[in-house]
Design a binder for this molecule. Structure first.
Ligand code: PEP
Ligand code: MN
Length: 342
């Protein structure tokens, strides 16, 4: 971190200011010019609040030269993180496809979809039991009953399950869940993130609707700061002025996140576009951009789905997408590493 101090600072003010940082374990290099004094802070500055520094009356300007996140930063952990659960691996050489309906609706629906996505090569079943809906009058999910139905589908197919949490008070209900999803709307629900930092399960963190890449990584940092390093990042489209698609898939975020962080990055082309026929080309593009996996919405009867039917693929459409996905992975010299047990 580089601090430019105000012109009239005295030597004594500078040295007592430097001591404050040294007390926090940082090395402080002071360079005094004829006009300006510059202070360079070396060490782990991730715990320093840049706004507090800026508010100090001695400071004219301040600039971070290293990122404010440490645990999620590739600089400190050069190797790719591989997240493992129930025989599935994601990250590094491992690619995984998570598929299933937006919402869990009935036992027949979730088991039927689980069986068909498994046949097509998906290795994780998705399905929402707690749904963050824009309207309070829209279907809110089956809650604990939805989690029970997901467990039945897991028992029937062997597919591990990923499902969204909205309230830390519900954590006890998630015992049989393999990966806990934090949805876009909760990406900055810091109390929820802190709670998940203490839990032993992998977390799928979706990028907020209008959040920067740095904010996204800071949210991952919240989880990791609590001791949970099993975080999967998911780019699911951001708000722009474009209205053709539901959101705009920020594909550049994939190589950027992988450059900045060692965490696995997956892409959700269903929520990113809201349009079924865009799922295939954007899945291929995500793989070309270096994604470690995909999350795709699949429903047995999209016109009658209780949420996100318009963007859901039928099992047959999903099967066709999976053929393309496998071809694209081969083209990239990557294999669909299916590590699912049984
Ligand atoms: C979902 O996965 O169904 C969902 C609500 O996603 P997002 O949080 O990305 O909108
Ligand atoms: Mn959805």
């Amino acid at each position: 971190m580089i601090l430019v101090l105000k012109e009239n600072v005295t030597e004594q003010q500078v040295s007592s200011f430097a001591k404050q940082f040294e007390a926090q374990g940082l090395v402080c290099h002071v360079s005094t010019g004829t006009q300006t004094t510059i202070m360079g802070l070396v060490g782990d500055t991730s715990k320093i609040d840049i706004d507090d520094v800026r508010a100090n009356p001695l400071v004219a300007d301040v600039k971070r030269v290293t990122e404010p996140y440490k645990a999620a930063n590739r600089k400190f952990h050069p190797a790719d993180t591989v997240v493992s659960f129930a025989g599935v691996k994601i990250g590094g050489p491992y690619f995984a496809v998570m598929a299933g309906p937006c919402s869990v609706e009935t036992e027949t629906q979730i088991i039927g979809v689980a069986e068909s996505v498994k046949r097509s090569g998906a290795t994780v079943l998705r399905g929402g039991a707690f749904k963050p809906r824009t309207s309070p009058y829209a279907f809110q999910g089956l809650h604990s009953e939805g989690l029970r139905l997901l467990s039945l589908a897991k028992a029937a197919t062997g597919l591990p399950i990923v499902t969204e949490i909205m309230n830390p008070a519900h954590l006890d209900l998630f015992d049989d869940v393999d990966v806990i999803q934090v949805g876009a709307r909760n990406m900055q629900n810091f109390e929820l993130l802190k709670e998940l930092g203490h839990c032993k399960k992998p977390i799928l963190l979706k990028r907020g609707l209008a959040n920067t890449i740095e904010e996204f990584l800071m949210s991952a940092e919240y989880i990791m700061a609590g001791g949970n390093n099993q975080v999967i990042l998911c780019e699911r489209g951001i708000r722009t002025y474009e209205t053709f698609t539901r959101n705009t898939l920020d594909l550049s975020a994939v190589p950027i996140l992988k450059h900045l962080s060692h965490l696995p990055v997956i892409v959700d082309p269903s929520h990113a576009t809201g349009i079924p026929w865009l799922v295939e080309p954007l899945s291929k593009a995500a793989i070309a951009a270096g994604a470690d996996g995909l999350m795709i919405e699949v429903h047995n009867d999209p016109p009658h789905a209780l949420s996100d039917g318009a963007q859901s693929l039928t099992p047959e459409q999903f099967d066709a997408v999976m053929h393309s996905v496998k071809r694209q992975l081969e083209f990239e010299g990557r294999n669909m590493v299916c590590t699912l047990k049984n």
